[in-house]
Ligand binder design. Sequence first.
Ligand SMILES: [Zn+2]
Length: 292
Amino acid sequence: MSAWVCLLCECATPTDHLYTFGARTVERCRRCGLEFLHPQPGPAELGALYDARYFASSASAAHGYERYEADEPNLRKTFRRRLRRLSTRISPSAPRRLLDVGCALGYSLAVAAESGWDAAGVEMSAWAAAEARRRFGLDVRRGSLSSVDFPPATFDLITLWDVLEHLADPREALRRCHELLKPNGHLALTTPNTAGLLRRVTGRRWVEYKIPEHLYFFDPTTIHTLLEKSGFHPLSIRSEGKYVGVAFLLKRLAEANPLLAPLRALATLPRLRRLSLYVNATNTMLVVARKA
Ligand SMILES: [Zn+2]
């Protein structure tokens, strides 16, 4: 690819071509190392991705989630664990307001509300936003960070769980988060880590190359720079896991290696279907920052 004005270092620097996916490629800025999809999908294509099918996808390796609702117990456990850890950093003075960006069906909001947060959400999918309102009765607005009209300096904590990589302009999104946070408010996000072991081992077949859903790919250095340029003081960047159903793990292992095919039968045992494990495959970064 020829010159491109990089979102992060703002230079028209040549890029290194990494991988080809049909008509699109993943490129890396030679100056700052930011990886991005090229060409980027337009607003209409992006908007069409996030309908009800996104959360019940028949091809989740390429698009969306296989059964997002069926995974509710594991998602809730994962969000509860994150929030518990974050709460130790954030001043306990009540009432505390939280905004979850890309809140999907609102499980993270439900968990936050159970822990005493005054929680609101923003969600691109009209279907998911309506479901979250219906089930939890919380303030969930359909739209993007730029379209929702919360007043400046409203929130103590803004979370973006696996969202930043989906956004057409992650820098503008973080600038908006900065505006919506109170002085000394906190930002917490998760995003795939290109420097993680899984990416190094799997290369082009990395599970996070969901094209054209994921538009930007970060590592600890590029996310640190993006936060600083958006007015944040990064506090920690570390590897983060999630709770995964044992049955799901067995199914994926059976798919990965024919020798492990007998595990597929184990995955159907009712007792195993209810078990989950906290798995940290060093694939995801948990980033915490404070409004500077
Ligand atoms: Zn760059």
